[in-house]
Design a protein around this ligand. Structure first.
Ligand code: PBG
Length: 327
């Protein structure tokens, strides 16, 4: 028997050598924390399917964002649950609507120390729960929705958002919001485009988090999980329409799409580790079936290794705290 000529194990022999040859690292600046504000709450409300995540009051939202900024989290992505909903999602464009109030509060609290992003989509604000307004036949009306998104982008910019996150998967939404912002003199506000957003079962817990009113599904606008090449088309369109960065969502089951995106477009590519990914790992860890902290780090490292420059994750503050402590 001959001896092996190549011995890859040499590079794994000690912690220092493993550290020296690690190809991917996590940094708090590349973690983005999604947060939920719920209008009218007096106490933070637990989200049962996302243990450790809450719907915030105005006060607790400010505290959570300050905590995130203190450990160096790269940005926050804000969602809001309004007290009242209607067919057009009018709360989304009301300067005193739930999300615009949350943006203003958060910018006032930490505006200079981290990046404040807001979800630009109607689903939290409509009484039917769809991401756009409906045509008389009940279908989601793409172009009528674009007009609402334009107004929503302007309202979020006025509230102080640094980046608006177009997440409704309407055709032409990035171009519509970009031109609305530019026409309003807000070329300084960027667009983080959910370019490849799949119609995913992994959004399940999020529906509880925002008390979603949705009946049915979003398959006529979000992408079919079967398709990868179609994601490249969506990415190409969003970049051509003016996206400043693009998001692939969910993350864990779409790492091939993250990789393809990173190799295809020349703007930053981010990935969103969604509510169901969070819930599954927390649930297994609570049973003692996996090592929670190691699994969290491994899941994030995998997403970064696939090519994501930054990751939206509900663990952002916690993990940034670990990194700060040198773990
Ligand atoms: C829609 C939106 C959704 C999520 C973020 N934005 C839900 C959906 O498309 O049904 C899901 C995020 C998560 O599951 O963590 N505005």
């Amino acid at each position: 028997m001959g001896f092996p000529i190549e011995r890859p194990r040499r590079l794994r022999a000690s912690a220092p050598i493993r550290r020296l040859v690690a190809e991917t690292r996590l940094a708090s600046a590349e973690l983005i924390l999604p947060l939920f504000y719920r209008e009218g709450l007096t106490e933070p409300a637990a989200i049962k399917s996302m243990p450790g995540v809450v719907q915030h009051t105005r006060e607790s939202l400010r505290r959570a964002v300050a905590d995130a900024a203190a450990v160096g989290v790269g940005g926050v992505m804000l969602f809001a649950v309004p007290a009242v909903r209607d067919a057009d999602g009018s709360g989304a464009t009301d300067p005193d609507g739930a999300l615009n109030v949350a943006i203003r509060d958060v910018v006032a609290e930490v505006g200079d120390s981290t990046v404040v992003m807001a979800d630009l989509c109607l689903d939290e604000f409509t009484d039917h729960g769809h991401c756009g307004v409906l045509a008389p036949d009940g279908s989601v009306d793409n172009d009528a929705t674009l007009l609402r998104y334009r107004e929503m982008g302007i309202a979020q910019a006025a509230a102080g958002a640094h980046l608006v996150g177009t997440s409704g998967m309407m055709d032409g939404q990035v171009a519509a919001v970009r031109s609305a912002l530019d026409d309003a003199g807000r070329s300084d506000v960027g667009i983080v485009a959910y370019a490849a957003k799949y119609s995913s079962a992994f959004y399940g817990p999020f529906r509880e988090a925002v008390d979603s009113a949705l009946v049915g599904d979003r398959r006529t606008y979000q992408q079919d999980p079967a398709n990868g090449r179609e994601a490249l088309r969506e990415l190409r369109l969003d970049v051509a329409e003016g996206a400043d960065m693009v998001i692939v969502k969910p993350a864990g089951s779409y790492l091939d799409v993250v990789r393809a995106a990173a190799e295809t477009v020349d703007v930053p590519v981010w990935a969103y580790q969604v509510s169901g990914e969070y819930a599954m790992l927390e649930a297994a860890a609570a049973q003692g079936w996996i090592d929670r902290d190691r699994a969290i780090l491994e899941s994030l490292l995998g997403i970064r290794r696939a090519g994501a420059g930054a990751v939206l994750t509900y663990w952002a503050t916690e993990v940034a705290g670990w990194l700060k402590a040198g773990r």
